[in-house]
Each structure stands twice: as structure tokens, then as C-alpha cells.
Write a protein that binds this ligand. Structure first.
Ligand SMILES: Cc1cc2nc3c(=O)[nH]c(=O)nc-3n(C[C@H](O)[C@H](O)[C@H](O)COP(=O)(O)OP(=O)(O)OC[C@H]3O[C@@H](n4cnc5c(N)ncnc54)[C@H](O)[C@@H]3O)c2cc1C
Length: 512
């Protein structure tokens, strides 16, 4: 036994007790074992390996309820940011084609969209990213194990292959980065049997057809938005408000644009049941809380976008003593990503209170790796994280919503500068720009420090990404005004804001 365990860097079978190994040698198989090979886990493992640590990463994708599977890279690469943005681009091109004719392009016949072509192209790109991640891990000498991980104790992870073969790994430090998965409602008969989620939509070989998207989170709006843009009949069912947690004036502009764009909204409606008719169509019955009536319609697909659940259930976390938030089931973490168990850390979507975004998971993973390698003491700064919503009219923001600013500083202590502007590109194309809007929330007194920037319009994420730097540096309204614009862009409008909401003056930008 001792002789077998002396080859400590080999993966050991369950029969070879990990505790004996550790007690005998006082060492571990790895410096860091990461469970979850998504945005955060991959970034953390690569960075730690680069800093000379011996690292293994376990990644395992449990097929969706519908049986959809994908490769290495986690949510963002496979069923999130990447396929979503590419399908959003497909939709934007449809709008661009309409605009093109106003700009002199002759397009023979009505344009039509082929889902299978788009899906195959997007899926091929995703597969190339899966491959790229594997190559990177190999190049950086990170051991990749296509296994489902769970904790055995504070220094031990059990890996299990799809076929049930188990492996034990010991590690000085363990990082949990298992992300989350979309939820199905539990109280709606037929929801799981007949519905799909964001885990499936990007991998469909055929068009989802007439689709009901239940839920007005950013995921719901984005999916319904690109479906509308590529010519599908899409309806969003909203129980109460859209884009909860975002600035609600901006949310209204986003949904207002979508309604004008052709996305249907079933406001104040709650699904009751989903039934499959003999024709194969899905009949959805819902309660309209405005009319108190029961209503129904048929769809080809029902996509649930009703939130995400953390992948914390099968990790054996509580048994090892890792504290979970009772409400969310996420892992409770300290500012240094430490959990309640020494040497066990959690990053990304699985950790309580963190933004559910790829760049924060990546940055947190890298910084944690540097700290674990003794290379740095720097903590992740979760303040002022910019974000974008890729709806037909894009929305991006950084900092506080107007509601949050009012709550934090008091209505009288904040100033809101705003403008309705018309992107130059919209003019010749004769597109309606009613929802293209910029709002800057700042302190009213002294240096008028910026509290929040909000922008709807073309390339919103590209615009706010740049301004987010200024925001990190503590920019003020004066800094904004002293910034020379780049003409003619939409972003320059941010540097010209001079009408306050308080004044009640018309905020429409005139002239060029
Ligand atoms: C539709 C959609 C669109 C999105 N769009 C954006 C966007 O535009 N911009 C943005 O910043 N963010 C976006 N996000 C969010 C972003 O994808 C996540 O915040 C990010 O992927 C979180 O990274 P993570 O490392 O925490 O987890 P994940 O990327 O989810 O990775 C976790 C990995 O761990 C694996 N795993 C789980 N349990 C185990 C286990 N026991 N053992 C081994 N492996 C396991 C999972 O299969 C997965 O591969 C989007 C999300 C969705 C759903």
C-alpha cells in the first residue's frame, strides 16, 4: 500500500485511501484542483499552472433535461454569451439588410433566414472554442479530467466519469467553479416535459418556430429578441417586470423597442400548464392577472427563462462543512473567495452575491490563482462591473441604477443628466430612434462624481466598456464634459449631456 501510494502524482483508485497518502507523505497530488471548467475554473487553473503550480481541472456536463450536451468551456462558451451574441448578430444582420436598401443596396426578392445554416455555423465555432480550451490546458500543463467532481474532505476531490469510474485527487487547495443551470418551474404541469431552456436553444438543429419565452430576465429578452430578428414569431411572458435588477426606465426602453420591433409581450401573465396537442403543437394556458382571465395559445416551442440554480447539489459541500446560502443554495464566500472550510474556495456563478458574468468569474479566478501561488495579495474588485444586454436595441450600463442611487444617496442628492439621441446610422435608414437614450446619474454636489451610466443604442456594450475605465478611476460629470467626443459616434453623446431630468426640459438632441 505504501509503495503504491508513493507514486503520489498518479491518480489513485478509491481503494487507495487518500487520507493515508496525505498522512504518509505530507503532500498532495496537486497544488490546486479546480472543479468546473467554465469561465472561472479555466482562468484559475491556467493562471495557477502558469505560476508553476501543479493543477488539475475537472469538468463534466450533465446533459440538459432534453439531452443537450456540449464540450469544455462552461456556460459562456457553449450555452451562454458566445452562441447568444452570434445569434444576436444574425438578427442584427436582418435589420441591416432592411437598412441596406435605403442605402442603395439592391436585394433581389424578400430575404429569408435559415436556422440550420446559422445553428451549424455557431455550433462549429463553439466546438472550435472547446478544442481551443483543451489545447490551452495541455500547453499550460493543466491536467484536464472529464469527470464529475465532488468533495470527500477539505483536501480531497472524487472524480467520476460518465461510466462511473472513480478517481481520487488530493490537493492543497480546492476551487469550486461549477456555475449554474437554468431552472424549470416546478408547479407548471408539462413545463419540463415539453419545454426547453437556454441549455438547448443554441443547439437546436431546426428552428424552434413560434416560441413562447417565459421570463423577462436578460436571457429571456435576448432569446426572444434574436428569434424575432431572424423572423420567428416570439412572445415573452412577463409575470411582473422586465430586467429585474436593472434600471427600470432603461428596461422600459428596451422592451418598448422590442414591441415596436415585433416581439410580442404577455404582460402580467403566469403560466398554468403546457399540453402537447395531437398536432404536436404545444398549448400553453396562463392566468392574466390584469384581466383575471385564463388564456391560452399554441406554440411550437416553449423556452423557460425563469432563473438559474447553482450547481451545488451534488458536490457534497455541506457534508464537508462548506456553508451554503439557505435561500439561493450558492456557496457563501469571503472577499478573498474563501469558503467556510480552509483551503476551499469558490468563484463565479456558484458563489453567493457575485455578478453572474463571465469577466468577473475570469478575473476572480485569475486573482485567486495568483494569491494561492503566493504571487499577490490583490482581491477582486466587484464594484462598478459594467454589463450589456444584447437585445434588438442593445443596453449597457455601469454603476448604480437611478433607483439605487436615489435609495443610497437620497433623491435630492443626485443629479440625472439625460438625452434622447438619434444614431446617425438610423437617419438614412429612417429607423425610429425613440428608445435611443443616455442617462448619467451623478452626485449633485461638489465634484458631481459619477454614480451610474446607462446607454441604449447600437454597440452599447462597446460604448460603455470604454467609459467603465473612467468610472473605475472615479470620474466626475466635469471629466465627462471635458472628454472630447469622437464624431460622428453615438458614444460622443455621453460627453455632451447637459439637460437634467430635474429641469423638465426637452432632452432630445438636435443638430449633429
Ligand atoms: C443564455 C446566457 C447568456 C449569457 N450571456 C452573458 C453575456 O453576454 N456576458 C456575460 O458576461 N455573461 C453572460 N452569461 C453568464 C455567463 O455565462 C456566466 O456568468 C459564466 O459562464 C459563469 O462562469 P462560471 O465559471 O462560474 O461557471 P460556468 O461557465 O457555468 O462553468 C461551470 C462548469 O462546471 C461544470 N460542472 C458543474 N458541476 C460540476 C461537477 N460537479 N464536476 C465537474 N464539473 C462540473 C459545468 O458543466 C460547467 O462546464 C450568460 C449566461 C447565459 C445562460
Amino acid at each position: 500500500m505504501a509503495a503504491f501510494c508513493r507514486g503520489k502524482h498518479r491518480l489513485k483508485s478509491i481503494g487507495c485511501l487518500h487520507t493515508s497518502t496525505r498522512n504518509l507523505t505530507g503532500k498532495f497530488d496537486y497544488d490546486v484542483v479546480v472543479v468546473g471548467g467554465g469561465s472561472g475554473g479555466l482562468a484559475c487553473s491556467k493562471e495557477a499552472a502558469q505560476l508553476g503550480k501543479k493543477v488539475a481541472v475537472l469538468d463534466y456536463v450533465e446533459p440538459s433535461v432534453k439531452g443537450t450536451k456540449w464540450g469544455l468551456g462552461g456556460t459562456c462558451v457553449n450555452v451562454g454569451c458566445i452562441p447568444k451574441k452570434l445569434m444576436h448578430q444574425a438578427a442584427l444582420l436582418g435589420t441591416a439588410m432592411k437598412d441596406a436598401q435605403k442605402y442603395g443596396w439592391k436585394i433581389p426578392g424578400p430575404a429569408s433566414h435559415d436556422w440550420a445554416t446559422m445553428a451549424a455555423a455557431v455550433q462549429n465555432h463553439v466546438k472550435s472554442l472547446n478544442w481551443g480550451h483543451r489545447v490551452q490546458l495541455q500547453d499550460k500543463k493543466v491536467k484536464y479530467l472529464n469527470m464529475k467532481g465532488s468533495l470527500v474532505d477539505g483536501h480531497t476531490v472524487k472524480g467520476e466519469t460518465a461510466r462511473g469510474k472513480e478517481t481520487i485527487l488530493t490537493a492543497r487547495n480546492i476551487v469550486i467553479a461549477t456555475g449554474g443551470r437554468p431552472k424549470y418551474p416546478t408547479h407548471v404541469p408539462g413545463a419540463e416535459e415539453h419545454g426547453i431552456t437556454s441549455d438547448d436553444i443554441f443547439w437546436l438543429k431546426e428552428s424552434p418556430g413560434k416560441t413562447l419565452v417565459v421570463g423577462a430576465s436578460y436571457v429571456g429578452l435576448e432569446c426572444a429578441g434574436f428569434l424575432t430578428g431572424i423572423g420567428q414569431d416570439a412572445t415573452i411572458m412577463v409575470r411582473s417586470i422586465a430586467l429585474r435588477g436593472f434600471d427600470q426606465q432603461m428596461a422600459g426602453l428596451v422592451t418598448g423597442y422590442m414591441e415596436a420591433y415585433g416581439t410580442k409581450f404577455a404582460w402580467n401573465c403566469t403560466p398554468k400548464k403546457v399540453e402537447k396537442l395531437p398536432s404536436g403543437a404545444l398549448q400553453v394556458t396562463w392566468i392574466n392577472s390584469s384581466t383575471k382571465q385564463e388564456e391560452h395559445d399554441t406554440f411550437d416551442s416553449v423556452l423557460w427563462a425563469v432563473g438559474r440554480a447553482p450547481e451545488s447539489q451534488l458536490l457534497n459541500l455541506e457534508k464537508v462543512g462548506v456553508q451554503l446560502d439557505k435561500e439561493t443554495g450558492k456557496i457563501v464566500v469571503a472577499p478573498d473567495e474563501a469558503t467556510s472550510v480552509p483551503n476551499i474556495y469558490a468563484i463565479g456563478d456558484i458563489s453567493q452575491g457575485r455578478p453572474e458574468l463571465t469577466p468577473t468569474a475570469i478575473q476572480a479566478g485569475k486573482l485567486l490563482a495568483r494569491r494561492l501561488a503566493g504571487d499577490s495579495k490583490e482581491l477582486m474588485n466587484y464594484d462598478h462591473v459594467p454589463t450589456a444586454v444584447f437585445t434588438p436595441l442593445e443596453y449597457s450600463c455601469v454603476g448604480l441604477t437611478e433607483e439605487e442611487a436615489e435609495q443610497k444617496h437620497g433623491k435630492d442628492s443626485i443629479e440625472v443628466f439625460h438625452a434622447f439621441y438619434k444614431p446617425l446610422e438610423f437617419t438614412v435608414a429612417e429607423r425610429d430612434a425613440s428608445q435611443c437614450y443616455i442617462k448619467v446619474v451623478c452626485l449633485r454636489e461638489e465634484d458631481q462624481r459619477l454614480l451610474g451610466l446607462h446607454f441604449t443604442g447600437p454597440g452599447a456594450g462597446e460604448v460603455i466598456q470604454g467609459f467603465a475605465l473612467g468610472f473605475q478611476c472615479g470620474a466626475t460629470y466635469t471629466h465627462l464634459l471635458n472628454t472630447v467626443g469622437i464624431h460622428p459616434t453615438c458614444a460622443e453623446e455621453l460627453t455632451k449631456l447637459n439637460v437634467t431630468k430635474r429641469s423638465g426640459l426637452d432632452a432630445t438632441v438636435t443638430g449633429c
